[in-house]
Design a protein around this ligand. Sequence first.
Ligand SMILES: C[S@@+](CC[C@H](N)C(=O)[O-])C[C@H]1O[C@@H](n2cnc3c(N)ncnc32)[C@H](O)[C@@H]1O
Length: 224
Amino acid sequence: MDWTFHNPKFIADAAPELPASFIAGGAWSGHRKFAYDLVRFARPSLIVELGTLYGTSYFSFCQAIKDAQLKSACYAVDTWMGDAHTGAYGTLDDSMYAAVNAVSAREFPGIGTPLRGTFDQALAAFPDGSIQLLHIDGYHVYEAVLHDYTTWLPKLAEGGIILFHDTVVRLADFGVYQLWAELSAMPHLHFEHSNGLGVLFPKGCPASFQPIIGRQQELADHYG
Ligand SMILES: C[S@@+](CC[C@H](N)C(=O)[O-])C[C@H]1O[C@@H](n2cnc3c(N)ncnc32)[C@H](O)[C@@H]1O
């Protein structure tokens, strides 16, 4: 199957519970079309996201599953309490979780499931080797993203994909770029726009993805 550049309509853009400017204009928004095309191409049966906030990335995955009528499940793990980079959500926290939960239940029933808790707590919910697409977008200091990578890697299926956001951010103590430099000897794609998105195949690159990796520049030009 060839890679298709879709022109999706993201239901989340019109969800009254979500801040539209954030979903369509926030730091992750520049990767939504790639994420959508990726899910439609890879057809992962299980997607897990670590770090969801208002769901810019999460709802892109869900949208692709819905539109392609895949029998896939997408889990969004977050405390919805914030971290030292996003700031503590304080009184916002319950309304943010409630918003993501409401949109998920209404627009993506049977597809998307928010899991409120820490990433470490969620580990027990997923068997080893079960996840085809893992998105790591939690706390961005080097030690935290390394911890998320090493603790969740056993959960990834053979040929599975890990997405890392913020791979080019060098502000303050952001350290994803450092981990990305260490990992990117493995097969990957990388986009520098919208704070950077790394697409890593740490357990081998499936034959279907080898020609896609060869189209790095074309994809970067298209999505960037
Ligand atoms: C950068 S935001 C996620 C952005 C989101 N992917 C998007 O598309 O907008 C990071 C989120 O990770 C959550 N977080 C950070 N560390 C966490 C941990 N160890 N366990 C659970 N949630 C965590 C924070 O609460 C925050 O909402």
